[in-house]
Ligand binder design. Sequence first.
Ligand code: BG6
Length: 629
Amino acid sequence: MPADPCILVIFGAAGDLTKRLLMPSLLNLATDGLLPERMAVVGLGREELTHESFRDRMTADVKRFATRAPFDAQRWSSLASRLHFIRGGFEDPLAYQALAALIARLDREHETQGNVLVYMATPPSVFGEIAKNIHLSGLMGRETGWTRLIVEKPFGHDLASAMALNESMRRDWSEDQLFRVDHYLGKETVQNLLAFRFANGIYEPLWNNRHIDHVQLTVAESVTVEGRGGYYDKTGVLRDMIQNHMLQMLAYLCMEPPASLRADAVRNEKAKVLEAIRIMKPEDVARDAVRGQYGPGTKPDGTPVAAYRLEAGVDPESSTETYAALRLFLDNPRWEGVPFYLRSGKALWKRGTEIVVAFRKPPELVFGENPAGALDDNKLIFHIQPEQGIEFRFLAKVPGPAMALQKVNMRFDYRDAFEAQRGTGYEVMLYSCMTGDATLFSRSDLVEAAWRIAQPILDVWDAAPPDDFPNYPAGSWGPKAASDMLARDGREWVEIVNRDLLERVPIFQNATPSFLRKVALTLQPVACGDGDAIVTKGDVGNEMYFVCRGQVEVLDGSKRLNVLGPGDHFGELALLHARPRNASVRAIGPCDIFALSKTDFLQALGDHPGMAASIHEIARSRYGIDGEL
Ligand code: BG6
C-alpha cells in the first residue's frame, strides 16, 4: 500500500547519502507502488543549484546508483519532475522562510495534506541547529498534517553529547516525531532475527543460558577508512559500529518476546536488553575489551594497503581504534552467565557480518569411549551479509561400518528461498517514516542506554593511549589479543570461511558452490606460535592450509623461498597425491591457519562426483599429476 502523501525535505541534498541511497530508494519505492502519488521532494543545501540543475544532477546520479536493472526512465522522470531545490545555509533564517513558502505551495499543488518529512542527511554537528531552526521557522505550526524528522547517525559523540542532543531536540519535537536511523535495522537479515525467533516455535525453549553456551557477533570489513579519515579518526570503531549497529543486533537477538510488533512494544523490550548489559568498571576494560589499529598490509587480492596512520585526515600518531572486541554479559534471568563476544574492524581479510549462537555440548557419556573424537558444539549461524541466510551446524555419522562423526550443516539461503528485487536498505526506512512506523528507529532511551555501555570503555581508552598501535596488519584477522580474550575462556572465534577464499585456490576454480560450502565446513582452525613447523620437507602430507592471520615462511633447509600471508594457501599437492613434501613451512610470529584434510576433501569429492573430473583435469594440467586422487 502506498505511504501517506507528503513532502520530503532533504537537508544536505547535494551530498553522498542523497545520491547513493535516498534517490535510488525513492525510485525503488515508486517501482514497487509504495511511494505516494501525491508527493514532492525539496532539497536544501549551499550548492549553486536551481530546481532544474538539481533534477539534472540527480538524474545523472541515479543512473549510476540505481540498484535495479533495467533503469526505469519513465518512472524516474515522473519522480524527477517533483524534485525542487532551495539554496541556503542550515543557519540562515531566509532559507527556512523560502522553505516554508515552497512547502506551502507544493502542499497545495500536490495535495499532500500538510505532511512534511524532514531528512537530515548532514554532518551530525548541525543536527541540533536544523531541528531548532525548523521549529523557529514556524514550519511545524501548520494546521493539518504531521511533521517528522529523520536523524542520521552518529547520534552524539559520547553519552553526554547524546543526552544533550536528545534534550535539545525534545524541547521542540516530541519523541514520536523523531526517527533516528540505524541502517542495520533496514537490513532484511537483521529484521529476520525477529521473525526467526518469534514466528517459529522450536527456538524459544532453547533461547537461554540453560542451552546456549555463548554468542559471537562479528562485523568484519575488508575496506579501510576510504577517504573518511577525518571523520573516522575522531570516531573509531566502538562508536562507528559497536555502540549502534552491533548493540541493535544484540538487542534483537536477546530481547524477550514483545507483546506485539508495535513500535513501542518492540523498543521497550530492546531497551530492557540494553539496560541489562553489565556496565564495565575501569578494571574490567583491560580484561573484556580489546582495541586494535591496522598497520601496513595487503588486501585479499594482494594489493598493498598503507597503515591507518598514513590515511588522509588521520593523525600520524593516532590512537583511534580501527578494531575492537568486547566480552559482554547480560544481567537478567535468561542470559545470566552467557558471554557475548563482539568484534568489528576495518581492513580485515574479508567482509562478513555473522552472528554465531553456540549451544552447550552434550555430555560425552555416549560417545566418550568412541574413537569418534571430541564432540563439537551445535552452532546456529545467522549470515547477515554478504552471504544472507541461516545455517545450523551439527554432527552426523559418517556412512560406513565405524561410528565416526563429521560436521554437517543445514542451510537456508535467501537466494534460494526468495526472489526479491535488490534494494538499498533505505527503502524500508523511508517507507516506515512516511507511514509513521518507528519500529526500526532508535528511541532516545535506547540511544542513551547504548552510550552508557560504550562510555566507560571510551573513558579508559582515552585516559591510557595504546603503546602497541598499529597492532594488526591490514588484511589479517585483527590483533592477537582478541583471540587471547576468548582463549582465556577456553573458546575461539568461529571463523566463517566463505567461498571467496576457496575460489582463490587453483584446484577449486571451477568448483560448484555446494562443493565449496561443503569444503568450507570441514576446515579446521590451527593456531601456531612463532617458529612452529607446519609442514616439514620430506614428510608425506595429508593436508593443505590457508593462512588467516600472520605470516609463514616457505623453506628449503635454511633457505627462505617465499613468505605467505593472510589469504594465501600452501600444501595443496597433498590433496592430490601422496608424495613427500618438497619444502617446509614455518610460522613467523603467531598465526592462524585453516587445514583441509585429504580425508575431508575426498569425502566432499565423493559426495560431488561431478567435481572429480574437473579436479583431475586441473591436477593433470597444472601439476602434471595423473589419476592418483
Ligand atoms: C556505517 C559506518 O555506519 O556503516 C561505516 O559509518 C561502515 O564505517 C558502514 O563502513 C557499514 O555498513 P554496511 O551496511 O556496509 O555493513
